[in-house]
Ligand binder design. Structure first.
Ligand code: HEM
Length: 432
């Protein structure tokens, strides 16, 4: 492990017996328990060596606050994400992008997506029909694809039938697999990402057809898809179509990590508490509170920053100098549930809209995170909460939902994003 970048002074080290693998297997088995146990043994600041990476992990108020504040030029989130995703996703998807989620959501102007989002939810409800049984994460995954692709991909109304081609291709490409099922990243490397290349070809072709179909039809020039298309107006087809398709796909991949899982836990927490459903039917602000609380409690995101230039990171006692190549890290599932007493218990009273009511009790506000803090916080927060509020609201309004599941918990091995469940969460639904 001597080739790993230096940290001065060196905090306690969590490693393993195997060279290169280091603490990797323990980390992948149950990341949340791994970080928490290491914290109990070594204190709030320690180093983890795993699979050739060196992580400087901080969990104390000062350490976590300072981690969120490190500038991108010093220690990069973009590069850290890329280090995780590049095992799964072909480079050609990242090259030459013209639209990023920040551009799309900068103004937080809901009029650019609300109409399409609402229409997509109605189309999903029509597909569900009047009664049946469904697994909640399957439902919200499809709903997440629908509301996303309707909003930034033009896939709504006349174009909705393209979903059946787009969804399997997007699922094959799903970058969040890299952290939900890390072994799938290894399979992708072993097969030279063949499945991902085929998926990109399908997506290029399908969006080519969607663009042709929209040509000549009256389109809303302010919706998100039109704004993506406009960025490629100076480029000839077919390169224009490919550029638009890949911009849409990259935005969509950002959404696949969290949105559908957050929607599913919001529904689970409601369905487990029928009295809350009754309240939500007359007070939709309760949906927002349940959504924020569900995200807080089921958050499995690791905060990772890859050091580019030697960076100082201080906790309460020591200033550490981390050399280039070190990853600075903390784990939201650990701090979100331990920063104050009883934070491991579900309580929608913890939120008023996006505001965490117990922030005053925390020794650093960054110890509790739903959509992040500072410069890297989620650009799609307002969109996501609108999508959850509307989707969950319409489902609760239209159907009686009876649970056919018992006490689902977060998938233990997940490292990143909002948790998937450790068991199927089936629900029976029928029109009210
Ligand atoms: C409930 C849904 C969502 C949750 C809980 C969530 C959570 C987060 C969090 C915690 C971060 C900060 C991570 C960090 O700093 O390490 C983040 C960043 C980000 N999110 Fe989301 N997110 C959600 C939905 C979305 C959607 C729908 C999109 C895309 C359409 C998106 C795109 C992004 C991007 C691009 C960043 C990186 C921002 C940057 O680096 O400056 N997110 N999100």
């Amino acid at each position: 492990m001597s080739r790993l970048p230096a940290i001065e002074p060196q905090p306690p080290l969590v490693s393993g017996h195997l060279p290169w693998v280091g603490a990797g297997f323990g980390l992948l088995r149950d990341p949340t328990a791994f970080f928490q146990q290491a914290r109990e043994k070594h204190g709030d600041t320690y180093v983890v060596d795993a699979f050739g990476y060196r992580l400087l992990c901080v969990f104390s108020p000062e350490g976590v606050r300072n981690l969120w504040a490190v500038p991108e030029a010093q220690a990069s989130k973009g590069l850290a994400d890329y280090a995780l995703l590049r095992h799964k996703v072909p480079d050609e998807l990242f090259a030459g992008r013209r639209t990023f989620p920040h551009d799309l959501f900068r103004s937080d102007d809901t009029s650019t997506y609300l109409k399409n989002l609402e229409q997509a939810v109605e189309e999903q409800l029509d597909e569900l029909g009047s009664s049946g049984e469904i697994e909640l994460f399957d439902l919200t995954r499809r709903l997440g694809h629908r509301v996303g692709l309707a909003s930034w991909g033009g896939v709504v109304g006349d174009c909705s039938h393209y979903l059946d081609r787009l969804i399997p291709a997007l699922d094959r490409l799903d970058a969040s697999d890299s952290f939900v099922h890390p072994h799938r990243g290894l399979i992708a490397v072993a097969t030279r990402k063949r499945a991902a290349h085929r998926a990109i070809a399908t997506l290029d072709e399908t969006f080519g057809e969607i663009i042709s179909k929209r040509q000549g039809q009256p389109a809303d020039t302010n919706d998100l898809f039109s704004r993506i298309c406009a960025k490629w107006d100076d480029v000839e087809s077919p390169a224009r179509g490919v550029g638009i398709a890949r911009d849409v796909v990259l935005v969509h991949m950002g959404s696949q990590s969290n949105l559908f899982a957050a929607m599913a836990w919001t529904l689970i927490h409601f369905i487990e508490r029928p009295e809350l459903i009754e309240q939500a039917r007359s007070d939709s602000s309760l949906i927002d509170r349940v959504a924020f609380e569900s995200i807080r409690l089921r958050q499995r995101s690791i905060v990772l920053r890859q050091v580019l230039k030697t960076t100082e990171l201080s906790d309460e006692k020591t200033t550490y100098r981390a050399g280039p190549g070190v990853f600075l890290a903390t784990m939201m599932s650990v701090t979100n549930t331990t920063a104050s007493p009883d934070l491991d218990v579900f309580d929608p009273g913890n939120y008023r809209g996006p505001r965490f009511n117990r922030a005053g009790e925390l020794s650093a506000k960054e110890l509790v995170t739903t959509f992040g803090h500072g410069k890297h916080s989620c650009p799609a927060q307002v969109f996501s909460v609108s999508a959850i509020r509307h989707s969950v609201g319409r489902l609760l309004d239209r159907y009686s939902l009876v649970k056919r599941f018992r006490d689902p918990q977060p998938l233990r091995r997940q490292l990143g994003g909002v948790a998937r469940a450790d068991r199927p969460c089936r629900v029976e639904y029928r029109l009210r």
